[in-house]
Write a protein that binds this ligand. Structure first.
Ligand code: NAI
Length: 410
């Protein structure tokens, strides 16, 4: 069974999936390594990740490794209907429709879990939430993997409150994930999406980036590379100092608000840009978010201060304040790079999804012996993915001699 928008969209979806496969050598290598052996035979895997071409390849790989796979998208606005159609065409169960309402979204999540998975791949924590509230759906569950920083925060809160009922692996925290996906994937795709959507200049403009974490430093550095004047705001003194010593101006959002032409948040925190800032901003400035939820720019405040809201272009809502000032909100405050763009480059998701695949294999083999806690990705998995990627990129790596290892105390 599946719920998708239109099965006839599959040719475009297939084309997009075939395209990304050409740039995902680590997943191709894992396919070569495990497809014959079928180490996931007999296991059911439910996947909830932004449902676009790279995710489809992950789902197909897991199926080729022997699993029964059921897929939904982690945000209806990032779901690509042609990809859902392609997966359905290839016989994978899919429950996702672009633009589904909140109620439909949770129904789709529920359907994806109805087949009582052994292993889950979650992105932001909505699967875990539903499985925690419904033990029947979790009856086969061995464990799961979490893709993103916000999902890891939610899992840590659960763990602290003794409310984590199954083992989870913090995929986001692997080196091969956050050092590349969060930094370079978000850095590139956020600017792709903003430039394509607004058709505005970045060079010479003043860009305010909220946060100097993994995603936000990628966004700030890419903006700098594009010739922008970049301001960073932070709440963490070490990260603020890092930003300052990387050459950025660092100040409070109150001081940055009147200066920015384009604002981008990627903090995972709520209410980062709010009522106290909108009145200070320039006419026709742009606001975008790259954090997991649409809470970083306070849309309720913005709406309450506006006399008019209209769509100026696809993915751009213009809010006109009482003073006549216009503030443009991109992608309705949801992740701009995935909702209004193509998401991360395939080469980046290659590494993130290779970590996911190897963690699913790890859970299949060792999951029953794990406790109900949040685990780090095993070091050998991280190392394996890094080595396959280096080889695929044709990059050489020196090796320590025994003498050097002894000198280093290894
Ligand atoms: P991180 O923890 O490395 O960085 C967040 C930074 O924001 C920290 O330095 C923190 O001190 C700072 N911060 C927190 N509250 C703030 C505030 N009110 N004002 C200014 N700075 C503040 O987290 P990471 O990995 O960069 O993730 C950030 C968000 O992006 C999360 O929601 C994550 O799930 C999401 N994400 C989005 C992706 C995308 O494709 N758009 C990809 C990966 C993660």
């Amino acid at each position: 069974m599946s719920i998708i928008k239109n099965p006839e969209l599959y040719p475009l979806g297939l084309q997009k999936i075939e395209w990304v496969k050409r740039f995902m050598p680590v997943l191709n290598e894992l396919h070569k390594r495990y497809a014959e052996e079928k180490p996931l035979a007999g296991l059911k895997v439910s996947v909830c990740i932004h449902l676009e071409a790279k995710t489809a390849y992950l789902a197909l790989l897991l199926r080729d490794l022997g699993a029964s796979v059921c897929v939904t998208g982690s945000n209806p606005l990032s779901t690509k209907d042609e990809i859902c159609a392609a997966l359905y065409h290839l016989g994978v169960d899919v429950f996702a429709i672009h633009g589904a309402s909140e109620e439909e979204y949770y129904e789709h999540i529920r359907h994806t879990l109805d087949f009582c998975p052994h292993i889950i791949i979650d992105d932001g924590g909505d699967f875990v939430e539903m499985l925690t509230n419904n033990h029947e759906l979790a009856k086969n569950l061995i464990g799961g993997c979490e893709e993103t920083t916000t999902g890891i925060h939610r899992l840590r809160v659960r763990e602290r409150n003794n409310a984590l009922n199954f083992p989870m692996i913090a995929v986001n925290d692997a080196n091969c994930k956050h050092l590349f996906d969060n930094v370079h994937g978000t850095g590139q795709s956020v600017w792709d999406a903003i430039m394509f959507t607004t058709n505005n200049m970045v060079s010479g403009r003043t860009i305010v980036v909220a946060g100097y974490g993994f995603c936000s430093r990628g966004i700030a550095n890419r903006a700098k590379g594009l010739g922008a004047n970049v301001i960073v705001t932070e709440v963490n003194p070490f990260r603020a100092l890092e930003a300052a010593m990387d050459g950025f101006r660092v100040m409070k959002m109150d001081d940055a608000a009147p200066l920015g032409d384009i604002f981008v948040c990627a903090t995972g925190c709520n209410d980062v840009i709010n009522k106290s800032h909108f009145d200070l901003m320039k006419d026709d400035c742009m606001l975008a978010n790259a954090g997991h939820f649409d809470v970083e720019i306070n849309k309720v405040d913005l709406k309450s201060m506006s006399v008019k809201v209209e769509e100026s272009k696809p993915f751009i809502e213009t809010y006109t304040l009482k003073s006549g000032k216009r503030i443009n909100l991109l992608a309705d405050g949801w992740l701009v790079n995935i909702v209004a763009g193509n998401g991360h480059p395939a080469e980046i998701m290659d590494m993130s999804f290779a970590i996911q695949t190897l963690c699913v294999l790890h859970l299949a083999k060792h999951g029953k012996g794990l406790q109900n806690k949040l685990y780090d990705v095993p070091r050998e998995i991280d190392y394996d993915v890094a080595m396959i990627k280096l080889n695929a990129m044709g990059l050489g790596l020196d090796e320590l001699t025994d003498e050097q290892k002894e000198y280093l105390g290894m």
